[in-house]
Ligand binder design. Structure first.
Ligand SMILES: Nc1ncnc2c1ncn2[C@@H]1O[C@H](COP(=O)(O)OP(=O)(O)O)[C@@H](O)[C@H]1O
Ligand SMILES: [Mg+2]
Length: 266
């Protein structure tokens, strides 16, 4: 299942939230860094870990054919078991204009036949080379927003844009980062006319581990941010599964022996 994460202007926290959710995901997951302005996880959470690969290499492989075949070799483990893996984003944003988002979206939507979820960090809407094709292919599109008046205004425009310009057919959901500044999750969801998938609290300590590789203390996995990310991830998986089962027509009834097309064969 492909889940696209994006933000309106002035709503920082998409990458941190995506990573927090990927680390807490209830199934196998790939966090795909598709932000056209470049990937942040390796320089941040990965503390500059060198890795010659990721999205840029995948794009080169795709030009030689067989993008799906090459995807696995471009993924890095985010946890020791490899339940969460990372497709590192572009080190050089100049490469964004060469990425065929359409082709990539098709592959990401079908990763391991749907047995593995993909959370795509698409960055900010309206950015140049925004991966619109990924948003259009996603089962769920999550718009991350802050809770200030300014952030909610920007989110209102972003929702209209997602509905009209991007014409995203997937489920649209909001994710509030830092609720209560001053608006709450419910108020925001009502104002935007879009259901909410939850909220992530302001938690600078845990956020710094994820965005800048600050040392993770013993209580990192129990931090407010990680705990909330677990709840949001679980809700996302559940609602996306319910949506998919609504889209999948029930199997046709098996005709009784001796019948054809509802009428008895003589
Ligand atoms: N829930 C949060 N609580 C506190 N700080 C956060 C939270 N989420 C993100 N941040 C901080 O905001 C900054 C930008 O985060 P980032 O995820 O890189 O934003 P984006 O991907 O939208 O540009 C980072 O310094 C990060 O630590
Ligand atoms: Mg980012």
């Amino acid at each position: 299942m492909l889940i696209a994460l994006c933000s309106a202007k002035g709503a920082p926290g998409v990458t941190t939230s995506g990573l927090a959710m990927a680390l807490s995901w209830p199934r196998q997951v790939v966090l795909a860094e598709l932000d056209p302005v470049g990937g942040d996880v390796l320089p941040g959470y990965g503390r500059g870990e060198p890795f010659a690969g990721g999205l840029a290499d995948l794009e080169l492989a795709a030009r030689r054919g067989g993008l799906a075949r090459h995807l696995d070799s471009q993924l890095l483990r985010l946890d020791p078991e490899g339940r969460a893996r990372l497709l590192p984003g572009l080190a050089d944003p100049a490469g964004a204009r060469h990425v065929d988002w359409n082709r990539l979206a098709a592959v990401l939507a079908a990763v391991e036949d749907g047995a593995v979820d993909v959370v795509a960090d698409c960055g900010r809407l309206r950015a140049q080379h925004f991966p619109a094709a990924v948003v259009q292919r996603a089962a769920v599109v999550v718009l991350a927003t802050g809770s200030t008046l300014r952030a909610v205004r920007a989110a209102t425009q972003a929702i209209a844009e997602l509905r009209e310009r991007e014409a995203c057919p997937g489920m649209l959901r909001t994710l509030v980062i830092g609720p209560g500044e001053p608006y709450g999750e419910r108020e925001i969801s009502e104002a935007l006319g879009v259901p909410s998938v939850g909220s992530l609290p302001r938690d600078p300590k845990a956020a710094a581990v994820l965005s800048d590789g600050a040392p993770a203390g013993r209580l990192f996995t129990q931090s407010p941010l990680l705990r909330a990310a677990r709840t949001v991830a679980t809700r996302l998986v559940e609602s996306a599964a319910a949506h998919e089962s609504r889209l999948t027509p029930p199997p046709a009834p098996v005709p009784a022996p001796g019948t054809f097309g509802g009428s008895r064969v003589r």
